[in-house]
Ligand binder design. Structure first.
Ligand SMILES: *[C@@H]1O[C@H](CO)[C@@H](O)[C@H](O)[C@H]1NC(C)=O
Ligand SMILES: *[C@@H]1O[C@H](CO)[C@@H](O)[C@H](O)[C@H]1NC(C)=O
Ligand SMILES: *[C@@H]1O[C@H](CO)[C@@H](O)[C@H](O)[C@H]1NC(C)=O
Ligand SMILES: *[C@@H]1O[C@H](CO)[C@@H](O)[C@H](O)[C@H]1NC(C)=O
Length: 377
């Protein structure tokens, strides 16, 4: 019987030979996989880690958050060599998934997504956000330093460059507040290399109150007392939070209007406005928002700074990644399409996935952050 399963060997007289052959094949397969696949992966991780570490040694901790952009630039250099072609996913009719719950959530939980991009990235990166996960946002807006009516993008009154990301973010949220406040319940910022699974974001937010002063994302524990959220993994502001940001938050006494590291500055601003961070892990303690791509979170091999920053212990492996993950960062344009394929199209035949109940009551760390907690800059 065992012989039957292995290489179709049926006769017991051939069993020993078949067994030996199978073991041999398995071993050669393993050797081949490790030499051809594993090594480059490990090298890539090491390369990324070294990049970050050299940044760390040359910079103060405060500035580390800004190194994300350097990482982006590094990726851009590699990216610009081969142009990514759009993949069309127009085979919905072939799918038999029951999406009634997701459609209901999409009606009830309206999310405005705004994507931070720049004029040079529209055709390289932003377009692939638009063609993949972006279409599942209730409303999708691209902000850049230049208005482009074709794409379209909204141009903000800010120069391009890492040192102006805070300005871009502050202006974008103000614009969103002034023009689209009534059109959504939650307001999300993403980079043009972040991938979102909007159904899972809506599921998570279904356990949250948009009238609370809260915001969610991948939690870093440094710099700001209540911590702050990584810019690259994306963050989501409640309606009440957006209101505070667009009113009191316009005062430089509470929020820096430009300069510094965007995510850390927004973190200070949030704390000054009495907006709370909260634990967004799932019922099993697994992260939903991720600063890196899925491979990095599965295997670990994080850059050194991450161990100091991550509020959830920089865990790796499947136990630390929610089945209902919401976001991944450093996603190359081509990987947006493969994620799209894996998440929405590839199905193992004969397995029907049921919904799990993975939300839990989220506890705020700083129930009481008030404006008197203002961080000194
Ligand atoms: C506006 O965006 C379109 C589409 O991405 C692009 O082809 C065009 O070059 C852009 N125009 C300007 C002035 O940047
Ligand atoms: C753009 O920003 C500059 C410098 O911050 C400011 O002087 C100018 O008034 C702004 N323009 C508009 C149209 O808001
Ligand atoms: C969030 O909750 C999980 C599960 O209880 C816990 O393991 C984790 O340490 C918490 N994170 C923070 C930052 O407190
Ligand atoms: C917040 O702090 C004030 C004053 O310290 C206290 O009276 C109040 O009960 C606190 N509220 C919460 C929710 O902890």
């Amino acid at each position: 019987m065992e012989g039957r399963a292995v290489l179709g060997c049926v006769q017991t007289s051939h069993l020993n030979f078949c067994f030996g052959l199978s073991v041999g094949l398995v071993i050669s397969f393993l050797i081949a996989s490790f030499s051809s696949l594993q090594t480059p992966l490990i090298l890539t991780r090491k390369y990324a880690a070294n990049q970050f570490d050299s940044y760390l040694s040359s910079r103060s901790l405060q500035e580390v958050a800004g190194t994300y952009e350097e990482m982006h630039e590094e990726m851009d250099k590699r990216l610009s060599k081969n142009e990514v072609k759009e993949v069309l996913f127009e085979d919905d009719h072939k799918h038999h998934d029951d999406d009634a719950v997701a459609r209901k959530l999409a009606e009830e939980i309206r999310i405005l997504c705004w994507v931070m991009t720049g004029p040079q990235n529209l055709d390289k990166k932003a377009i692939h956000v638009k063609k993949t996960w972006g279409k599942r946002c209730t409303k999708l807006i691209f902000f850049s330093s230049v208005t482009n009516n074709t794409f379209p993008t909204i141009g903000l009154n800010v120069s391009e460059g890492r040192e102006h990301l805070t300005g871009k973010t502050m202006q974008a949220f103000k614009y969103v507040h002034d023009n689209f406040f009534d059109e959504a319940d939650w307001f999300m910022k993403a980079d043009d290399d972040t991938y979102f699974i909007m159904e899972n974001l809506r599921y998570f937010l279904s356990s949250q109150d948009k009238m609370e002063p809260v915001y969610f994302g991948h939690h870093f524990k440094t710099i700001v007392r209540q911590g702050y959220y990584s810019g690259g993994a994306g963050y989501i502001l409640s309606k009440e939070t957006l209101r505070r940001l667009a009113t009191t938050g316009q005062d430089p006494k509470f929020c820096r209007q430009d300069g510094g590291a965007e995510d850390a500055e927004l973190g200070k601003c949030m704390q000054n406005l009495g907006v709370r961070t909260a634990n967004s892990t799932d019922a099993l303690g697994r992260s939903r928002f991720h600063c890196f791509d899925p491979e990095t979170h599965l295997m670990g091999g994080y850059p050194n700074w991450y161990y100091k920053y991550d509020a959830n212990g920089a865990k790796k492996g499947l136990e630390s990644i929610s089945d209902y993950s919401v976001s991944f960062h450093y996603i190359k344009p081509e990987s947006m399409y493969s994620l799209e394929f894996f998440v929405y199209h590839l199905r193992p035949y004969g397995i029907v996935a049921g919904n799990q109940d993975l939300n839990r009551r989220v506890t705020s760390y700083t129930k009481n952050a008030t404006q008197s907690d203002k961080v000194k800059n």
